[in-house]
Ligand binder design. Structure first.
Ligand code: PLP
Length: 430
């Protein structure tokens, strides 16, 4: 029986999950029964959320909710089809224009999620003859896009420009005809590291045909003047060729886009991205949400200022406690733990203290370099941040998380040692 064969394969994994749950070590898929933005209700308890990507706290903003509701009344709850066929709304077109202007590019193409933007856009841009330079810590959706393109993927060490330069030169020697595309995140989703974009763009001096694609999922609304992103932060809006972003972080919605200056290339992506053509369009309420967020970001710069105030408060606190937080200078601040099982225990302890923060394990980070990924929001109050610091202080002592108490972590505890594959839960059962 074919299903029983599959069941054999699934059972070992399912057993690990059951056991981890029984031992109260399983932190994922926690059902949230209510959210207030910076706080959520789980199993009847109210917890402070410090893992969300809702950096500007706009998911609960009354003006945003009002805009989404009005759009739902006008267009309905679903788009009814792919944008290619019957689901293309005037809202999507308006959004594309606004996004292109926001990031400083000529044209943008909206997809239904950020994941599907990377998957569809990268696969449509490249052929198996091309060369993809990929930071090892890039998001799984980028690697999936590269795999779908069947192009030659060359991973380089995380944020290591000389590694990228060396590998690019070698690849071009072997394949001088291949079109080279370098992909990096603007702000890395797990470590909070910022890409060395200026140095990466400088690679174009030796490789004038090199194209640069920046996934700025975590930089939009956070980095640069008026939250216009990491390329704008470096003054490199025109130095990079593609800016990709998601709506699921600071833009309080769901969806994604790719923007660039060449209208023909973007038109090609619009017609060849399989995830755009063969997937239903983003619903109107979600598109209207993003438009409302872009207006608020423009009008109320104090929201971004507050985000950075909270980030600094948390960062200083982490330093005082002596936690190891890598090179992050962004609202994503990882707490280095190391062994995966220990990360589950610390996460459970945080939960018991009323804090919702989750461990990131392989393949999101390198093996046995687990972190608790904390992320701060503009709408956190000072006392919420202080409470998180107080608990981390206690847990740092209990679990010996301070730098002085740990064997030296790897230099930046970054640099995923393999192209992300499927997750492993082996650590649960140690
Ligand atoms: C860097 C990066 N790119 C792409 C995505 C996918 O975006 P979405 O969740 O909007 O599909 C994520 C989501 O976590 C991300 O962190």
């Amino acid at each position: 029986m074919p299903l029983s064969k599959f069941k054999d394969r699934a059972r070992a994994f399912a057993d690990q999950v059951h056991l981890a749950k029984a031992q109260k070590k399983y932190p994922y898929f926690r059902p949230i029964s209510r959210s207030w933005g910076t706080e959520v209700e789980v199993a009847g308890r109210r917890l402070i959320m410090v893992g969300s990507n809702d950096y500007l706290g706009l998911t609960h903003d009354p003006q945003v909710i009002e805009a989404a509701s009005r759009a739902m009344v006008r267009w309905g709850t679903g788009a009814g089809g792919s944008r290619f066929l019957c689901g293309n709304l005037t809202l999507h077109e308006e959004l594309e224009e606004r996004l292109a202007a926001f990031v400083g590019k000529k044209k943008a193409v909206v997809h239904v999620t950020g994941f599907s933007t990377n998957l569809g856009a990268i696969a449509s841009l490249l052929t198996p003859h091309d060369i993809i330079m990929c930071d090892r810590e890039n998001h799984a959706s980028i690697f999936e896009g590269c795999k779908a393109a069947r192009a030659h993927i060359i991973p380089f060490a995380h944020n290591d420009v000389s590694s990228a330069a060396r590998k690019l030169a070698a690849a071009r020697q072997k394949n001088p005809q291949g079109l080279p595309l370098l992909i990096t995140e603007g702000v890395f989703s797990m470590s909070g590291d910022v890409s060395p974009l200026a140095d990466l763009v400088r690679l174009k001096e030796h490789h004038p045909d090199l194209l640069i694609y920046v996934d700025d999922a975590h930089g939009l609304g956070v980095m640069g003047p008026k939250g216009r992103g990491t390329a704008a932060y470096f003054g490199l809006t025109h130095g990079v060729d593609f800016i990709m972003g998601t709506f699921s972080k600071a833009l309080a919605s769901i969806g994604g886009f790719i923007a660039g200056d060449d209208e023909d290339v973007l038109e090609y992506v619009r017609h060849h991205s399989k995830t755009l053509i063969f997937s239903a369009a983003q619903p109107a309420g979600n598109a209207a949400t993003v438009l409302a967020c872009l207006e608020i970001i423009e009008r109320e710069p104090e929201r971004i200022e507050r985000l950075w105030e909270n980030t600094r408060r948390a960062w200083d606190g982490y330093q005082e406690i002596g936690l190891i937080s890598g090179n992050s200078l962004t609202p994503i601040i990882p707490v280095f733990i190391g062994p995966e099982e220990k990360a589950f225990i610390v996460a459970q302890d945080l939960f018991e203290h009323g804090i919702f923060a989750l461990p990131a394990i392989f393949p999101a980070v390198p093996r046995q370099q687990a972190v608790i990924r904390t992320a701060f929001m503009s709408t956190h109050t000072g006392s919420q941040v202080d409470y998180v610091l107080e608990c981390l202080h206690k847990l740092a002592r209990k679990h010996q998380l301070r730098a002085a108490e740990q064997p030296a972590p790897p230099p930046s505890f970054s640099g995923v040692d393999a192209v992300p594959s499927s997750p492993t839960l082996a650590a649960f059962n140690k």
